[in-house]
Design a protein around this ligand. Structure first.
Ligand SMILES: *[C@@H]1O[C@H](CO)[C@@H](O)[C@H](O)[C@H]1NC(C)=O
Ligand SMILES: *[C@@H]1O[C@H](CO)[C@@H](O)[C@H](O)[C@H]1NC(C)=O
Ligand SMILES: *[C@@H]1O[C@H](CO)[C@@H](O)[C@H](O)[C@H]1NC(C)=O
Ligand SMILES: *[C@@H]1O[C@H](CO)[C@@H](O)[C@H](O)[C@H]1NC(C)=O
Length: 365
């Protein structure tokens, strides 16, 4: 029997939140995940548990369903603050009620208990950081209008000092991806995971999606991804180093096509002929060819100018966050409960539902 009904759907949209709104969390913490335990070759009674990643979490009191996993290349710090110490993506998205996870892959940051000897060699990288992070074309020659407090020597000092050892080797990319895939499939970071990555983290996240055996990875947004994953049916020669190309079996590559939304984001100081921009276009095309949903976004073409290599840490990062809001909403990943009021005769019933579910039908039964 069909009842006369009027359904009214209200979304809990609150994208551009008040920047002073207090952040209310139900819990914070962290855990080790992935890795292995190995025995000492000279005495099997002695073991070492090593090569796990470290996941720190921040859970809002009224969490959305989607977990944002913030995956650094240079250091966790870039997700925590802007270059001037303002609110980073961590706080911006906690204010929007997303559970936020900060990931340190095996051997870096707070996961440095390695299964193999590691070596750190001081390499005088301040000058190369400046250019690699696209603050300008040459050391201390800033791009005009760059979103960095260029007059603030301490801000520069903070940026370059925060860096971790990265171990950009092919085996390390695999090590990181395996640990992250275990984390993704474990359910411990939710069942709707969106990776936000920077630089070399992008390649690791793509590879993670090809290794995962669950459908928990729902989105990947790479900010200036240096390195891409390809299927093995194109006669592409795999790179020997840590920046790809990475070649995986076609069946595994197709897992990227099953991720609901993938976005490769570039700042405006990246020319179209920059090799990694070209790779991002090619890989987005391949993902879409197999039925996926990948796109390349150049910030300069959508009104965001002056971006560095780490756009989410730039001054005025709210507009980069706004683009992420659109991506999440556009792919049904904003995970916000909607309220539906059903008027059936004189009775009013309130149903909570998620946009992805059949809330309208729920209203009729
Ligand atoms: C390992 O432990 C077992 C059982 O306690 C002991 O019998 C054995 O001698 C130990 N091996 C070494 C190399 O210490
Ligand atoms: C996925 O399944 C394959 C085949 O069983 C297994 O080798 C691999 O370790 C699994 N991946 C993860 C992340 O558990
Ligand atoms: C694959 O690539 C290799 C090396 O680049 C080349 O020698 C070979 O001819 C290629 N094969 C095909 C089928 O294109
Ligand atoms: C990219 O294009 C610019 C301008 O056309 C040119 O100067 C530059 O050499 C090109 N770079 C590469 C890597 O091809």
């Amino acid at each position: 029997m069909l009842l006369p009904l009027l359904a009214l759907a209200l979304t809990g949209h609150s994208a551009s939140t008040n920047p002073h709104k207090p952040i209310t969390l139900s819990s914070t913490g962290g855990f080790q995940i992935g890795g292995r335990t190995m025995s000492a070759p000279f005495n099997p009674n002695l073991t070492l548990s090593c090569d796990h990643g470290y996941m720190e979490y921040f859970l809002p009191t009224r969490p959305r369903k989607t977990s944002l996993v913030m995956w650094h290349s240079s250091s966790t710090q870039v997700w925590q603050n802007t270059w001037s110490g303002g609110a980073g993506f961590k706080d911006l998205f906690l204010r929007r009620d997303y559970p936020v996870y900060l990931w340190d892959g095996p051997r870096v940051g707070r996961a440095n208990w390695a299964c193999e000897a590691t070596v750190y060699t001081p390499a005088y990288m301040d000058t190369s950081n400046f250019v690699a992070w696209n603050f300008g074309p040459r050391y201390k020659q800033w791009w005009d209008g760059v979103r960095f407090p260029t007059e603030d020597e301490d801000a520069w000092q903070q940026a370059t000092s925060a860096r971790y050892v990265e171990y950009d080797t092919k085996s390390n990319v695999e090590l990181h991806a395996r640990a992250a895939a275990v984390a993704a499939d474990s359910g411990r970071i939710g069942r709707d995971i969106v990776y936000l990555t920077n630089s070399a983290g992008g390649l690791r996240a793509q590879l993670t999606a090809t290794l995962s055996n669950s459908t928990n990875i729902k989105g990947i947004v790479t900010y200036e991804s240096i390195g891409y994953v390809y299927p093995d049916n194109l006669n592409i020669t795999a790179g020997k180093g840590g920046f790809g190309p990475y070649v995986v079996p076609l069946e595994d590559f197709k897992k990227l096509a099953r991720v609901p939304g993938i976005q490769f984001v570039w700042g405006d100081h990246r020319a179209e002929n920059y090799s990694y921009v070209q790779e991002s276009r090619r890989v987005a095309g391949l993902i879409n060819k197999y039925g996926g949903n990948a796109e390349v976004v150049k910030l300069g073409e959508v009104g965001v100018r002056g971006a560095t290599h780490i756009p989410f840490a730039d001054l005025g990062n709210e507009d980069v966050a706004g683009l992420l809001d659109e991506f999440l909403e556009g792919n049904g990943l904003d995970g916000r409960k909607k309220i539906m009021l059903c008027y059936i005769g004189l009775h009013v019933t309130v149903y909570m539902y998620r946009p992805q579910t059949l809330g309208f039908l729920a209203c009729m039964v």
